[in-house]
Design a binder for this molecule. Sequence first.
Ligand code: IVH
Length: 681
Amino acid sequence: MNPEERITELTNRLNQYNYQYYQNSVSVVDDFTFDQLLTELTSLETQYPQFRQPDSPTARVGGTISKEFKTVFHRFPMLSLGNTYSEEDLIEFDKRVQKGLNGQNYEYICELKFDGVALSLTYENGVLIQGATRGDGVRGDDITNNIRTIRTVPLRVGGTDVPPLFEVRGEGFLPLAEFERINKEREDIGDALLANPRNAASGTFKQQDSGAVAKRRLDCFLYSFLSDVDIFQTHEESLVAMNQWGFNVSQTWQKCADIRDVMHYINEWETKRFDLPLGTDGIVIKVNRYDQQRDLGFTAKSPRWAIAFKYKALAASTVLNGIQYQVGRTGAVTPVALLTPVLLAGTIVKRASLHNANEIERLGVMMHDTVFVEKGGEIIPKITSVDLSRRTDQSQSIIYPTTCPACGTPLVRKESEANFYCPNERGCPPQKQARFEHFIQRRAMNIESLGEGKIELLIDRGLVQTPADLYNLTASDLLGIEKIFIDEESGKKRVVSFREKTVENILTAIERSKAQSFPDVLFGLGIRYVGNTTAEKLAVYFGSMDAIMNAGQEELLAVPDTGPRIAESVIAWFADEDNRDFVERLRLAGLQFVSEKKVVEQEGDTLTGKTFLYTGTFANFSREELESRIEANGGRLLSGISKKLNYLIVGENAGPSKVEKARKLNVPMIGEDEFMAMLVV
Ligand code: IVH
């Protein structure tokens, strides 16, 4: 099979697997095989870019950087919907429809109103050619590359009934579970939390690095079909067809014979909507027949054939009995409200998030107050207000602690930060424990067999002080130790013990962790603001722990997406003697301190004998791609600027000191286009 045929075959096969997996939840092949085929396709596409298919699944992993999004005009304006909040309003709407249709029969389609970002996707000859935001309704941003990262958006649709040009519209969103996952990660590295799933989705869709977008698993529900040719008579037909063509159509829609049926739908979904994977804030009611939609037409802003019904936020009132102050890995103290259990939207709520000291002040809440809790787009409910009419003399002011609830150290508050911090990084027990948990997590050193109380036990027994001590543990240290934990909430006992098999598993996992890649090790160090992605970017840019340790501000700032906050944090972390000592002990233990060199398949020899270095970011290549293209064509990468350097490839946001040095040494500087021209014989 020649490369072109193989590329086509792999593209089709992988798209088919993706479709089965995301639409039908069927895994046709295991993850390993899938990844292998995808790697093969990626490498073939790098070698033969001319054969890359427009619906290549490699677009799912992103990689393109857009400096600015292109503005695109919508072929049909993207309007908004009128809102209603009551049954009476809905009856009014129904009367207007009835009158507008002069007594004809009509039906409605009810759908949930998904709380995300409106998107428009255009397909030409079955291929996704454009994805855009709503913008002002007339023109939006072209975010095609970001939309391609959404696994459930088909990159190509087939079938004889698919029109040559059409548009589908829907709501892009960040699934709640993904939102919680991202926030957990952000909390772990001490980053500010994302406010809510909607803002998080909107911010993600507008990121300029589609690789970063791919890391957040966005999703999209489609609910409108538009084309110049009339192929459907009703909205219902379009929903069924879109679903058949492979679009992700939420199966929550329902046909309703009249407005009473609509009311049933509204009541049914008032609490059921909380089981959905995304936030919803109401329902959308649409006249089913397209000819009737046309007859009813539009006002200046919205269609007369559709309306949104907004649910009132579901709230319950309960009593605030206490506040638990939790200390995280970075020392941030977060208050959690302890409530008298209350039923809210089908679940019992006992705890609510209070965020930080500012929030307590903003709410003006006192201990023993009756408060309202609401379920919004997030999983954890929040206190939204105080029922002042029920305040009694029992209520007491909340005195925010001035010392750490865990270790007694006076808390500090950094300028411009909402949280108080416990500065006792090394001695404070929850911080110490969380540092271990961070280190052993799957995405860092992957020693998760040490979870669930085992770390606590090792710390308790004085067997480990820092995660570096894990590498000195022996079987005789561990065998036979045990501790009984009592669960605070349920009062249940749990015994954690180190029997022979457990010890063997743990020691094997510790040994195996030495093979974790350099970016994983860097992430595991637990430097504030250095999450997985940042660790990867730093590792790719610098190549080794030593290079990062010795990097100055300017060099760090030259790393893509690295701002002063990260740069300062990295410098401060490595300036600390204890941290350096920790790093040296990890080095001695044999952890990976340099980036693996990838085996590069040869593409050509046009760069043979030439040396290169690059600075900045590029429109057509990620740094890794640039490096592999240099090597695949016979060139060699140098680590610094010297007289031996033949070319400095200069991209966007190039490091000024590198450019200056190259100028002084008369090293030729070339742009990305010139470099690409060198690849062609
Ligand atoms: S149909 C003419 N259906 O609500 C407008 N919109 O206020 C047709 N939305 O911009 C929109 N779920 O972002 C429609 N099932 C649904 C929806 C939905 C959420 C959003 C959409 C739109 C806004 C209108």
